[in-house]
Write a protein that binds this ligand. Structure first.
Ligand code: HEC
Ligand code: HEC
Length: 317
């Protein structure tokens, strides 16, 4: 004689609290029975690290380079829901031995059932990172796949940086990393002959930089930019290059006091009779009042308003 008693439901291993309501519980008023079960996530474990193998990520750390004038960089994270619930069944066999005594053999059977995972929140390590997600909680069905993007704003950034986003689910949380290296600006080069010619053209018309081929290097790089990236695109090309002409001053070491109005006026109107163009659109330049305002704000914040004192040698004895 063989008796089998099965006790299902003792859970072990990767166990998750969640309720899968059956379709019968979710019968809508119109009587149509939906086949998809309604998943009711329990976020009480969202503060614990997610166990391995629950969500399979395409990558936990993504690395990219960005051009110096790039406004932002967008990353895509994709994942697969591999979560399983382990149900352990205790199987008790009652076996009649030769001597007619009844012996009890207990064994276990483990069943793995794929389960849903719910993403409850996603937080970025800084305000510069904007995750793009569907409405939360976002329930990924058993075995399902998902993908979301995160955009890191690079305005005013340089060098290497690491940003992270924390994805909190009902099975725990995971940190995902993005490593971005902002490359050094690529400064277009001009041959000596081209330069001499440009200079002649600019001497005759300081607004020439806004015309003809000159726009490729002097105007287009600034399109749609503001603040520091606008400065690098349209001002740095003349003021911050090592081999700039001697009449182009170093704006970081001016000999006169400066303020926001100083920067605004010089940018908007330049100086007639010099090579400094007038950038305001009302003067025939390429920048809107808004762009000029962000430049003036940026320059007055980053460049000292008082002249940098000249280094004087102590008097000789
Ligand atoms: C291929 C890109 C490019 C084009 C096109 C270009 N420039 Fe330039 N320009 C530069 C760079 C780079 C500098 C910085 C100095 C250098 O490296 O030669 C510069 C500097 C200048 C200067 C400052 C003086 C100096 O040489 O340092 C003036 C004035 C000027 N350009 C006028 C013009 C005019 C006018 C035109 C069109 C006829 C023009 N540029 C076309 C890239 C360009
Ligand atoms: C085509 C080259 C060129 C470009 C582009 C350029 N500048 Fe200039 N800038 C000059 C030259 C040349 C002078 C010197 C004018 C003079 O003779 O006093 C100058 C002078 C200045 C001064 C006066 C500094 C002083 O001596 O007090 C300021 C401020 C200035 N530029 C700001 C800017 C800003 C901001 C931008 C970008 C929006 C810019 N410049 C773009 C060539 C340029």
């Amino acid at each position: 004689m063989k008796l089998r008693l099965i006790f299902l439901g003792a859970c072990a291993g990767v166990t998750f609290a969640a309720t899968e309501l059956s379709a019968a519980d979710a019968t809508p008023a119109n009587g149509i029975v939906s086949s998809a079960p309604i998943y009711v996530p329990d976020f009480s474990h969202s503060g614990d690290p997610i166990p391995d193998g629950v969500l399979e990520w395409s990558s936990l750390m993504q690395t990219t380079n960005a051009a110096a004038d790039q406004e932002s960089v967008r990353f895509t994270f994709s994942f697969k829901n591999a979560a399983k619930r382990a149900d352990i069944a205790l199987v008790t066999n009652l076996v009649t031995a030769a001597d007619s005594t009844i012996q009890t053999n207990v064994t276990t059977i483990t069943n793995f059932t794929p389960v849903s995972v719910a993403i409850g929140s996603v937080h970025a390590s800084c305000g510069c990172t904007q995750p793009e997600l569907p409405p939360l909680p976002w329930v990924i069905p058993p075995g399902g796949q998902g993908e979301f993007a995160a955009t890191v704003n690079l305005e005013g950034r340089s060098g290497m940086m690491i940003k992270s986003i924390t994805v909190s689910t009902d099975k725990g949380y995971k940190d995902l990393y993005m490593r971005i290296t902002v490359l050094e600006p690529v400064i277009p080069t001009r041959t000596d002959a081209e330069r001499a010619q440009d200079m002649e053209i600019a001497k005759a018309d300081r607004q020439a930089v806004f015309k003809g081929d000159c726009v490729n290097c002097h105007v287009k790089p600034g399109a749609g930019k503001y603040g520091p990236s606008l400065y690098n695109a349209v001002c740095g090309i003349c003021h911050d290059v090592a081999n700039r002409a001697s009449m182009v001053p170093d704006l970081h070491n001016l000999k006169t006091p400066t303020n926001e109005e100083f920067w605004r006026t010089w940018t908007a109107h330049g100086k007639p009779g010099s090579l400094m163009p007038a950038f305001s659109t009302s003067d025939g330049g390429s920048l809107t009042d808004m762009q000029i305002a962000t430049l003036a704000a940026y320059l007055s914040q980053t460049i000292p308003s008082q002249p940098v004192p000249a280094v004087t040698n102590p008097p000789a004895k």
